[in-house]
Write a protein that binds this ligand. Structure first.
Ligand SMILES: [Zn+2]
Length: 280
């Protein structure tokens, strides 16, 4: 007679969780069962399927819905009008990529989810807001205090998470505090860091910047590399070879001097090696 045992308690004791059609035969201590066969089957569990546009939209629609207030105008996350746009934003920002019909997380997306504070990730937050909006509607809560709460939460999040936690440092080598300073600012002494477009002083009140795209260097067919920037910051000068002359069409060697007058843009000067005898 077939019978099933369940995972709770000892194997042959009736389980308190009742399942349908699983009556256990009467059992006695010391009883021996014949004709019992067992086999081990090796198989692998398959990972959950990747989302498609449709399945993800459906998941967003129902996420956290059970936590929403009963009389909530909408359940799930967002509205039908915003959900599709939110997906597009994730794709255009590089957090998700499309592969045929599938939506796959990018490395950037996986990293973001790893560091994102739990509070922001949870659909409960939306549920809480929906619930508070209901209170506002019923006059139990003022709209201002609702907004104040959100602003305070934002301030707190920025304060606590401006730098990724230590354990996530490897995911964000460029993150503030983990970046390597290129040098110190000649104006204020703060650290200078490399950015996409140049080398910038870390002090927000200081406007010192060495722009990668600048006329002085581009006219000589050169760019400010990290090592050039480092030398300029450290010594105020850097020897460069192969500088292009727009006048003659040939190249020459010279020392580039940082000639900072504190204006919006930093100026540069050329100094020629004494050996050439042109200038001392
Ligand atoms: Zn500075």
């Amino acid at each position: 007679m077939p019978f099933s045992t369940s995972r709770c308690g000892s194997a042959l004791r009736p389980c308190s969780v009742k399942r349908k059609n699983t009556a256990l035969p009467v059992l006695k201590k010391g009883q021996v069962f014949g004709m019992v066969s067992a086999s081990v089957r090796e198989s692998k569990t398959s990972p959950p399927k990747h989302f498609t546009e449709d399945s993800l939209l459906a998941a967003i629609e129902t996420a956290g819905a059970e936590d929403m207030p009963e009389d909530s105008e909408r359940k799930g996350l967002g509205t039908p009008a915003t959900r599709a746009a939110t997906l597009e934003k994730l794709v255009s920002a590089g957090f998700v990529q499309r592969k045929k019909k599938q939506l796959l997380p990018t490395e950037k997306g996986v990293n973001l989810i790893a560091v994102l504070p739990e509070k922001v990730k949870s659909p409960i937050l939306t549920a809480e807001w929906e619930s508070m909006l209901k209170q506002v509607e019923r006059g139990e809560l003022s709209a201002d205090s609702f907004m104040d709460g959100i602003m305070e939460m934002c301030r707190e999040l920025v304060r606590e998470h401006s730098v990724p936690e230590e354990r996530f440092a490897a995911l964000f080598p460029d993150a503030h505090g983990k970046r390597e300073a290129v040098g110190t600012c000649p104006r204020c002494g703060a650290s200078v860091y490399e950015g996409k477009k140049g080398f910038f002083c870390d002090n927000r009140d200081c406007s010192f910047a060495l722009w990668k795209d600048n006329k002085f260097f581009s006219s000589k067919k050169k760019t400010i590399t990290k090592s050039v920037a480092a030398a300029l910051l450290k010594e105020g000068r850097v020897s460069m070879s192969g500088l292009y002359s727009e006048k003659t069409g040939s190249t020459y060697d010279a020392v580039v001097l940082l000639d900072d007058t504190g204006g919006k843009y930093v100026n540069f000067k050329l100094e020629f090696p004494a050996a050439k005898g042109r200038r001392k």
